[in-house]
Ligand binder design. Structure first.
Ligand SMILES: Cc1cc2nc3c(=O)[nH]c(=O)nc-3n(C[C@H](O)[C@H](O)[C@H](O)COP(=O)(O)O)c2cc1C
Length: 187
C-alpha cells in the first residue's frame, strides 16, 4: 500500500562533499550534501548553504569555493567538518587534512581528495532556509591516479562516499555504463 507523507526533498543518494572556502587565515571546510550538477558549457555546479553557517559568509564575501569529492577513506573527516563550525575551530588542524594552495581561486583545496572543483560564484538564489550558490568550475585538480592514458578523469565506480537519509554509504561495483542498453538487442 502507498501513503502520502510529509513533503520534503528526500533525494537519495546524494554526494557528500567537503567544500573549502575562505582564504589564508580564514580558510574553512564545510560538509555539504545538497549539491548539484547544473550546466555543461560552462560547467556549473550548485551548493545549498544555510544562512547561519560560518561558511555562508565566507562564500558570500569571497565569491569562490572549491568542491572536494569524498572518497570512502575521507568519511570520518567529512563528518567532523559537518558537525564542527569553523567560526572558532581550524578544521584543517582538527582533521589533519592538507590545505593546498588553490590554482585559480584563493581558497585552498584538500590534498587528500581525489578531485577538487575550483568554482567562482556566478549566481545566487535565496530561498527560505538555504542560499543556493551557483559556481562556474574554472579549474579541476585531479589526483593523477584517477586519470586515464589520455588525461581524462576516470573515477572508479566504488571510490566515493554518498549520503542516504542520514547515513554515509560507499558507492559499490558498477551496474552498467552509460548507454549500455543501446548495445543490446531489443525484443
Ligand atoms: C553529511 C552532512 C551533510 C550536510 N549538508 C549540508 C548542506 O547541504 N547545507 C548546509 O548548509 N549544511 C550542511 N551540513 C551541515 C554543515 O556541514 C555544518 O553545520 C557545519 O558545521 C557548518 O560549518 P561552518 O559553520 O564552519 O560553515 C551537513 C552536515 C553533514 C554532516
Amino acid at each position: 500500500m502507498k501513503k502520502n507523507v510529509k513533503p520534503g526533498t528526500y533525494l537519495a543518494p546524494v554526494p557528500a562533499v567537503m567544500v573549502t572556502c575562505g582564504k589564508g587565515e580564514t580558510s574553512n571546510i564545510i560538509t555539504l550534501a545538497w549539491v548539484g550538477t547544473v550546466n555543461s558549457e560552462p560547467p556549473i555546479v550548485s551548493i545549498s548553504v544555510r544562512y547561519q553557517r560560518h561558511s555562508f559568509r565566507l562564500i558570500e564575501q569571497n565569491g569562490e569555493f572549491t568542491v572536494n569529492l569524498v572518497s570512502k577513506d575521507l568519511v570520518r573527516a567529512t563528518d567532523v567538518c559537518g558537525v564542527v563550525s569553523g567560526r572558532n575551530t581550524d578544521k584543517f588542524a582538527l582533521t589533519g587534512l592538507t590545505a593546498c594552495k588553490g590554482e585559480k581561486v584563493a581558497c585552498p583545496y584538500i590534498g587528500e581528495s581525489p578531485l577538487s572543483l575550483e568554482c567562482k560564484v556566478v549566481n545566487r538564489v535565496d530561498f527560505g532556509t538555504h542560499a543556493v550558490f551557483f559556481g562556474e568550475v574554472v579549474n579541476v585538480i585531479a589526483d593523477d591516479t584517477f586519470l586515464d592514458e589520455k588525461g581524462r578523469v576516470s573515477l572508479p565506480a566504488n571510490l566515493l562516499a554518498a549520503y542516504v537519509n542520514g547515513t554515509y554509504v560507499g558507492t559499490a561495483d558498477a551496474l552498467g555504463s552509460y548507454g549500455y542498453t543501446s548495445k543490446e538487442e531489443r525484443l
